[in-house]
Ligand binder design. Structure first.
Ligand code: HEC
Length: 121
């Protein structure tokens, strides 16, 4: 009985600690790379983003539009779905879609440019 109460208490502490860290995490996200510093690859990726992604995602804030804001996406431990933001996972989400997000058919070089751009956010 006593142990149960203790572990319930522990669970609450862990949950609220996680929440506080989550909130602090939002405030301390690193800023996106400035446009003036983009490599040619990142600049081409930004064009792909504006053509295929911008109607549903803000790039430089975590505020949601139709999908989550993508600021600092690749610097996070986990994306909104909980999956780590690896290039492999990102490529799969982009090409095949995920949940309510439709897939986008991209050539390999466009995908590479887009990934470079996402890393700059
Ligand atoms: C029609 C709207 C729409 C378009 C266009 C769109 N997305 Fe999404 N995106 C969404 C929605 C909605 C989600 C949340 C999906 C879910 O988990 O149910 C999402 C989720 C994501 C995620 C998070 C995946 C995760 O595992 O949490 C990433 C990254 C992402 N989109 C990137 C992109 C990129 C890059 C493009 C352009 C190639 C794009 N999206 C185009 C709507 C869109």
């Amino acid at each position: 009985m006593r142990i149960r109460t203790l572990s319930a208490l522990l669970a609450v502490m862990v949950a609220s600690g996680g929440l506080a860290m989550g909130l602090a995490g939002c405030r301390s996200l690193p800023p996106s790379k400035s446009e003036a510093l983009w490599t040619p690859e990142e600049a081409r990726g930004a064009q792909v983003f504006h053509r295929d992604c911008a109607r549903c995602h803000y790039p430089t804030t975590t505020k949601g539009l139709h999908g989550p804001g993508l600021q600092a996406l690749t610097k996070l431990k986990a994306m909104p779905s909980g999956a780590p933001p690896t290039d492999e996972r990102l490529s799969r989400v982009i090409l095949n879609g995920h949940g309510l997000m439709p897939g986008t058919a991209l050539e390999q070089d466009q995908l590479n440019d887009l990934l470079a751009y996402l890393h700059s956010l």
